[in-house]
Design a binder for this molecule. Structure first.
Ligand SMILES: *[C@@H]1O[C@H](CO)[C@@H](O)[C@H](O)[C@H]1NC(C)=O
Ligand SMILES: *[C@@H]1O[C@H](CO)[C@@H](O)[C@H](O)[C@H]1NC(C)=O
Ligand SMILES: *[C@@H]1O[C@H](CO)[C@@H](O)[C@H](O)[C@H]1NC(C)=O
Ligand SMILES: *[C@@H]1O[C@H](CO)[C@@H](O)[C@H](O)[C@H]1NC(C)=O
Ligand SMILES: *[C@@H]1O[C@H](CO)[C@@H](O)[C@H](O)[C@H]1NC(C)=O
Ligand SMILES: *[C@@H]1O[C@H](CO)[C@@H](O)[C@H](O)[C@H]1NC(C)=O
Ligand SMILES: *[C@@H]1O[C@H](CO)[C@@H](O)[C@H](O)[C@H]1NC(C)=O
Ligand SMILES: *[C@@H]1O[C@H](CO)[C@@H](O)[C@H](O)[C@H]1NC(C)=O
Length: 628
């Protein structure tokens, strides 16, 4: 009998059915040992090592990286109820040179676009404006190695369930249940050792369980976290599942070795011999006490175990001595890193209860007090009263970012304390006060030309440090004379940085800042350009009492430039014999370049520094007219 069309049709239908089974199989169940050839989309700092290891971040600062399974996963059934799922993965966190930061998370999200998210405590998943927003529809399980007090973190080594934001609805210090001993054993997330995680959700029970254990242990009988949770309202029709990791000024490499996932039913078990191994953590000084971690296992080979045990005992004494040195060094680093949290009482005592006689100055952003911490340690305290909870949250997360900054042209932050709506930032005390007093009033000695040139270069250097070269600069947002402090030797120290997007005062505000309200590297450069002119000319950016053509300093300098008498714009109080014409022209022209109305035409601060330092020549004079 010939094949009839009647018999072909069912065959085709059957084939189509098979294909659809295979493809839906791929989308709802997978197992990856390493990620070579895996269907994985990477974002941010994520990359895959030749061994197949997924690296979400390395130990560089303020990085974030995400990686998602290439197909969306349907997590709602036809009646829009969430389905059960189960996933298991193996991760490792290898800290950078200091304490580890910040952590990684397993995430289920309707979108893969996290380009607007923040690193640090936000784990590359949220930012200050969408954190906690129910519209996010994001479920995450975080493995967090930094305690963010403002997010109610319980400690610096915890596992948490996050819904739509980084404030966990449930969390516990990382630990696993030892079934035989019937007790909890704590687990260090950032040990560099592989850790296995099981995340299981039963949609009927509406129960989400999270279990962790070292890779060489079986799954504990009891989960670490168990939470009743209705996920039907959280999941979208299509969801992306994956991981996100982030660093701040403290860093770790965040690594994922393998991942399995399944809808309705258990995620497949790993074959531990197929997982990639973890590379050695970079050790700057003494030899590492951690032997390279290999996850290769041979449970049947008792001989090997005996040999390993013997050699381990043999090497133990040698290792212990290294370990001693290592811990000692580590602890030293730990002590000097991190924002120090002062008690409010201590700061209140140091400032005589924020006594008015200790007031150094008042800004709309807060009041500065002088304080005596110890007989030898003098501090400056900025007291800010937050009007909204959002403001407080933002501020504290910025403190984390700025607390490790140490540069000689910046006023260093020593720590902070909070009480109610008040936040006090504790800075080192810079004795000579702020630059505006020197420039715009007659109660301080007149700054010589060489003082001024040196102050300008100092500010450029501090600003260059803040802006960095990475994708996540610290924007100062308020570059002006009253935020420049002078030390004993009249070196300039840039203060009040890293406190969110505040606007500077009139005259320093770049045109686009007025329109967008968004501070950027470019708006900082604009403000610095105006400040340079103020320092040279000894007058404020805007002086309404002057004749019309002189009200705006930028215009007045520009007119001087066009008329060829730029030198006449120099502060009349500076001794003329002391002036170095070449330097004055250099600074004023650089100032005009920076104060260009068009943000794109302004140089980067690095370039500005090179102009001022004579390492780079200024563009041709004609260029300065354009767009100022
Ligand atoms: C981290 O990765 C970036 C980009 O690949 C690289 O430039 C940087 O040097 C790396 N940092 C470390 C500490 O390896
Ligand atoms: C499920 O949700 C989708 C989108 O919100 C809606 O179009 C559909 O009617 C819902 N189905 C049921 C059975 O409620
Ligand atoms: C936060 O992220 C959202 C969406 O991802 C974006 O629209 C918003 O502008 C971001 N906010 C900030 C402060 O970056
Ligand atoms: C172990 O830890 C879990 C989660 O923190 C806790 O609920 C449980 O009571 C602990 N069990 C024991 C035996 O300590
Ligand atoms: C979650 O853990 C509880 C307590 O051990 C257990 O009774 C329940 O079956 C678990 N559910 C899932 C989905 O694993
Ligand atoms: C969810 O829990 C119910 C009731 O305890 C059980 O019958 C069912 O098998 C569980 N489903 C999964 C996927 O574990
Ligand atoms: C969807 O899931 C819910 C909860 O598990 C269940 O009660 C319902 O019967 C399911 N609907 C369909 C059409 O499978
Ligand atoms: C779970 O949430 C969905 C959507 O928000 C809601 O329709 C449903 O009634 C909830 N189920 C239970 C048992 O509360």
């Amino acid at each position: 009998m010939a094949i009839t069309s009647k018999s072909i049709a069912p065959t085709i239908i059957f084939l189509l059915y098979l294909i659809s089974c295979v493809s839906s199989q791929q989308e709802t169940k997978f197992l990856n040992h390493g990620f070579l050839g895996a269907n994985l989309l990477k974002f941010g700092s994520s990359k895959i090592h030749p061994s197949g290891l997924l690296e979400l971040t390395n130990t560089s600062m303020r990085q974030m990286g995400q990686a998602f399974h290439g197909f969306p996963i349907p997590l709602l059934n036809s009646s829009n109820s969430s389905v059960s799922f189960s996933t298991s993965f193996v991760f490792a966190i290898t800290p950078g040179p200091g304490s580890p930061g910040h952590g990684l998370a397993f995430v289920i999200s309707p979108s893969m676009d996290f380009s607007q998210a923040f690193p640090t405590n936000y784990l590359g998943l949220f930012n200050t404006s969408n954190n906690g927003n129910p519209l996010n529809r994001i479920l995450a399980v975080e493995f967090d190695t930094v305690q963010a007090v403002e997010f109610n973190d319980i400690d610096d080594n915890h596992v948490g369930i996050d819904l739509n934001g980084v404030v966990s609805i449930e969390s516990a210090p990382a630990a696993y249940f030892d079934d035989r001993e019937a007790k909890n054993v704590s687990l260090k997330l950032a040990s560099g050792e592989p850790i296995r995680v099981w995340i299981e959700y039963n949609a009927t029970e509406m129960m989400l369980n999270v279990t962790v254990a070292p890779l060489d242990r079986l799954k504990p009988n009891l989960p670490l976290l168990s939470r009743k949770l209705n996920l039907s309202g959280i999941f979208a029709e299509e969801n992306y599942i994956g991981f996100s990791g982030a660093t701040g000024t403290i860093t770790s490499a965040h690594l994922v070795l393998g991942w399995s996932f399944s809808i309705e039913g258990k995620a497949s078990e790993f074959d531990l011999t197929k997982l990639p191994s973890i590379p050695d953590p970079p050790t700057p000084s003494s030899p590492s006490p951690n032997p390279p971690v290999s996850v290769k296992k041979d449970t049947n080979n008792t001989k090997l175990i005996i040999i390993l045990a013997a050699s381990a005992t043999f090497g133990l004494i040698i290792m212990l001595s290294f370990l001693g040195v290592w811990f000692f060094r580590r602890n030293q680093i730990l002590v000097t890193r991190g924002a120090r949290k002062f008690s409010h009482q201590m700061i209140s005592n140091a400032t005589g209860g924020f006594d008015n006689t200790r007031l150094l100055g008042e800004r709309n952003s807060g009041s500065f007090y002088k304080g005596q911490l110890t007989p030898t340690e003098i501090i400056a305290v900025k007291r800010i009263t937050c009007t909204t909870r959002q403001q407080k949250t933002t501020l504290i997360s910025e403190i984390d970012a700025i607390s490790k900054i140490r540069q000689r042209n910046l006023v260093n932050l020593l720590g902070y304390c909070t009480k109610g709506n008040d936040i006090c930032l504790v800075y080192e005390y810079v004795p000579n006060g702020s630059l505006d007093r020197f420039l715009f009033s007659n109660d301080r000695p007149v700054l010589t030309w060489s003082d001024r040139f040196c102050i300008i270069k100092g500010i450029a250097s501090g600003l260059q440090y803040l802006h960095g070269e990475g994708p996540k600069p610290l924007i100062h947002g308020n570059v002006k004379a009253s935020n420049i402090l002078l030390d004993e030797e009249l070196n300039s120290r840039l203060g009040d940085y890293g406190q969110g997007s505040r606007h500077s005062t009139t005259g320093h505000v770049a045109p686009e800042l007025v329109e967008t309200g968004k501070v950027t590297r470019d708006t900082d450069v604009y403000a610095f350009g105006v400040l340079m002119m103020e320092i040279v000319c000894g007058r404020k950016a805007i002086e309404p009492t002057k004749p019309p053509e002189e009200i705006s300093l930028v215009n007045w300098v520009l007119q001087g430039f066009k008329n060829g008498d730029l030198l006449q714009r120099c502060d009349a109080r500076i001794n003329r014999e002391e002036l170095v014409a070449r330097e004055v022209l250099l600074v004023l022209k650089t100032g005009l370049l920076c104060a260009n109305r068009s943000a794109e035409a302004r140089p980067m601060i690095k370039k500005v520094f090179q102009y001022l330092d004579g390492l780079e020549r200024l563009p041709h004079d004609d260029y300065l007219f354009y767009g100022v």
